[in-house]
Design a protein around this ligand. Structure first.
Ligand code: UFG
Length: 332
C-alpha cells in the first residue's frame, strides 16, 4: 500500500515508517521537523518538509500521491505544556486536523485516515480496563485536543464518505529492534526513558507519588511497544481499505496489563543488572492512578497482536537506543 505519514519523523511516526517499510509498504513522510528528526528516517524515503497548516502543500501532496492511507502522527503530546500553553495544542493538534480533513473533503480523497489518539481523552477513567465507549472527560488541553479531533474526524467521515479510525494509545515505549531510532523528547517526561537515562548517568530517578490507590501506591500504566503500535496501524489500513465508506471507529491499543512505576523500576534493574537509585517525589499534577486498556475490540476488528510488548523486550530495546544515542539524535 502507499502511505502518507504526516508527523513521520517523530517517535511513533518514525517507528511506523520503519515497520511499514519492512512489511513492504511505500511511505512518503510529511513533517515540519519542529519536533521530529530527519535522522530518524531512511534518507532515501520520499520526504516533504512542510507544515500541516500549509493547506496548499498538503493538497498538492494528496493530489500527486494517490495514497491508500493517510496517517496523522503530527500532534504535540506534552500534557504539562498543554496546560501552560493551550494555544499550541489548539493550533497544532486541532487546526492541523481541520486542515487535513478539509483537504481530504475538497479533493474527494479516497484514502483511509488513521489518527493517533490517546487514552488521555478519558481523564480519570470510571472503569478499568478502559473500553472504547467509556465516558470521556479529558483533564488537559492535550486530551481535549485529541477528543475534539476525534469528533471532527467522525463528522467529516460520515458527511463526506471518508473511512477513518482513531487509535487510542496507552503508553507507547521501547525502540525498534534494529536500532538507530528511539524515543528522543526534549524535555523527556516519560517514565521508561527517565529510568534508563538516570541509570546510565548514575543519577537518581524521581517516582512521582506513592500514595495512589494501587497495590504498591505508585501509578499503574499499560506499556505497549512502539513496533506493536506500528503493526496495528498497518492492520488498520488493511481493514479500512477493505470497507466501503463512510466509516468511523475508535479502537484502543494497549496490552491490557498494568504495571506500576515501581514494577517498571524493578524490571529495569533486572534488565540492566544494577540497582537504580530512586526517590519518591510529590504526585505529578493530573496523573490518574491507573490506566489500562480493554483491547478486545482491537483484537476482534484489527487482529491486533503484540510481539514486543513484554517488559523485558521493551526495556532491552529502549536501553539499546539510549546507549547508542545518549543525547538522542543530537549525537555530540
Ligand atoms: N513518572 C515518574 N517519573 C518520571 C516520569 C514519569 O514517576 O520521571 C510517572 C508518572 O507520574 C506516571 C507514570 O510514570 O505515573 C507514567 O508517566 P509517563 O509520563 O511515562 O506516561 P503518562 O501515563 O503520563 O502519559 C501517557 C502518554 C501521554 C498521555 C497520557 C494520558 O505518554 O501522551 O498517557 O494520561 F497523554
Amino acid at each position: 500500500m502507499r502511505f502518507l505519514v504526516i508527523g513521520g519523523a517523530g517517535y511513533i511516526g518514525s517507528h511506523f515508517v520503519r515497520e511499514a517499510t519492512r512489511q513492504g509498504h511505500e511511505c512518503t513522510v510529511y513533517d515540519n521537523l519542529e519536533r521530529g528528526f530527519r535522522e530518524s528516517l531512511d534518507p532515501k524515503l520520499p520526504f516533504i518538509k512542510a507544515d500541516l497548516l500549509d493547506a496548499k502543500t498538503l493538497e498538492s501532496t494528496l493530489e500527486k500521491g494517490r495514497f491508500d492511507a493517510i496517517y496523522h502522527f503530527a500532534a504535540f503530546a506534552l500534557v504539562g505544556e498543554s496546560v501552560s500553553q493551550p494555544e499550541l495544542y489548539y493550533e497544532n493538534n486541532v487546526e492541523g486536523v481541520r486542515v487535513l480533513m478539509e483537504a481530504m473533503r475538497k479533493l474527494k480523497s479516497q484514502a483511509a485516515l488513521i489518527f493517533s489518539s490517546s487514552c488521555a481523552v478519558f481523564g480519570t477513567p470510571q472503569n478499568l480496563p478502559i473500553s472504547e465507549e467509556d465516558p470521556k472527560k479529558p483533564q488537559s488541553p492535550y486530551g481535549k485536543s485529541k477528543l475534539i479531533d476525534e469528533w471532527m474526524i467522525e463528522d467529516y467521515c460520515h458527511a463526506h464518505g471518508i473511512r477513518g479510525m482513531a487509535l487510542r494509545y496507552f503508553n507507547a515505549c521501547g525502540a525498534d529492534k534494529d536500532g538507530g531510532i528511539g524515543e528522543a523528547h526534549d524535555p523527556e517526561t516519560h517514565l521508561i526513558p527517565n529510568v534508563i537515562k538516570a541509570a546510565l548517568a548514575k543519577q537518581t530517578v524521581t517516582i512521582f507519588g506513592d500514595d495512589f490507590n494501587t497495590p504498591d501506591g505508585t501509578c499503574v500504566r499499560d506499556y505497549i511497544h512502539v513496533t506493536d503500535l506500528a503493526d496495528a496501524h498497518i492492520k488498520a489500513a488493511t481493514y479500512l481499505c477493505a470497507q466501503k465508506g463512510p466509516l468511523y471507529d475508535a479502537i484502543h491499543l494497549g496490552t491490557g496489563n498494568g504495571y506500576s512505576n515501581l514494577e517498571i523500576l524493578k524490571a529495569a534493574e533486572k534488565v540492566m543488572g544494577i540497582k537504580i537509585d530512586h526517590k519518591i517525589g510529590p504526585r505529578r499534577a493530573g496523573d490518574p492512578a491507573g490506566l489500562y486498556a480493554d483491547n478486545r475490540k482491537a483484537k476482534k476488528i484489527l487482529g491486533f497482536v503484540t510481539r514486543y510488548s513484554d517488559l523485558e523486550t521493551i526495556l532491552k530495546t529502549a536501553l539499546a537506543w539510549h546507549q547508542e544515542a545518549p543525547h538522542g539524535y543530537n549525537r555530540e
